[in-house]
Ligand binder design. Sequence first.
Ligand code: 2P0
Length: 358
Amino acid sequence: MYDNSKLKFKEFPDFKEIKWKSPSNIALVKYWGKRPVQIPMNPSVSFTLQESATTTKMNIRPVQDKETRINFYLGKESNELFAEKTLAFFNSISSIFPFIKQLDFEIKSENSFPHSAGIASSASGMSALALCLCDIERTYFSTLQTEDEFFQKASYVARLGSGSAARSTFGGAVLWGETPYIPDSSDFYGLSLKERLHTEFKNYQDTILIVDAGQKKVSSRVGHSLMKTNPFASHRFEQAKTNAENIIKVLETGDIDTFIKITESEALTLHAMMMTSMPYFLLIKPNTLQIIEKLWEYRLETGIPLSFTLDAGPNVHLLYPQQYKKEIKEFISSELKKYLQSPGVIYDYVGTGPEKLN
Ligand code: 2P0
């Protein structure tokens, strides 16, 4: 779709540093199951986060040896594994950006959140890389001149790095995957739902409770692939299609009761898919369930529309309208703190999307 043999330097200009900050996102309707190449089995919908982001600086120069070299720094440390992974990713997209083969890269990447927080750094990291590459194209080849073209291609490329990254190149809420309800939707890139967001959701809060800061035992890559043989998979994909359409309607109308039903059911279904895969596995911990039980009691007692979602891990994302921030903070300190590990609590909220920095 985006292969373009013209994107090659005939001569090298003076290169400037390129710098992008790109957010992570939290799925409300989950992507779990895919087919080659990075095509989701169902549409997913996410909130873009504001505080949890990756900032990536890219410096390029004409290739010195025969093959592209990448130096990758995560924070201040040189990271050989990330360098290798990024090189493999760049090689896989060199027909989209033929100039990659003509360049060496120095990439310096920093996450605003601790590694142990279990926030998807692949989403923010891959989208930041994709935005930098699209920016090289835009700057030196004068293509991608409209915002729509630029961010759509960035989302397409980010998807090839990590599926959920396709949803990190836009702010507000994002749909990735085809649904008949939204005619422009695509399996190949995300679509911003920002303009459709009801006021209720524009600054919705996502407070992340760190239940376990350890490395998870089963990767998302393995989790996705186990959906190929999961006996409930086809029903799950149908359910997610319905939920994606309904959550978009909810985001448009501000119907928080239905929002709660869909997001909590999606979170539990995601983990049910893990438990019913073969081999089966568990990523939630006893304290994940303790928190969910407490949350349900609290909602019943107070009437405050606090709900939860889960990513592929044990940490709990508390979702609620901004006006209840004070109450939720008190609830966390009095009832939930005892279930948490350092760094404990990360306050985030629906964000504005990626940003070019200079
Ligand atoms: C999501 N997750 O929709 C789901 C819900 C985790 C739970 O997408 O193999 O890192 O890179 O495409 O995107 C995590 O999987 O997987 C994920 P790849 P990714 O956010």
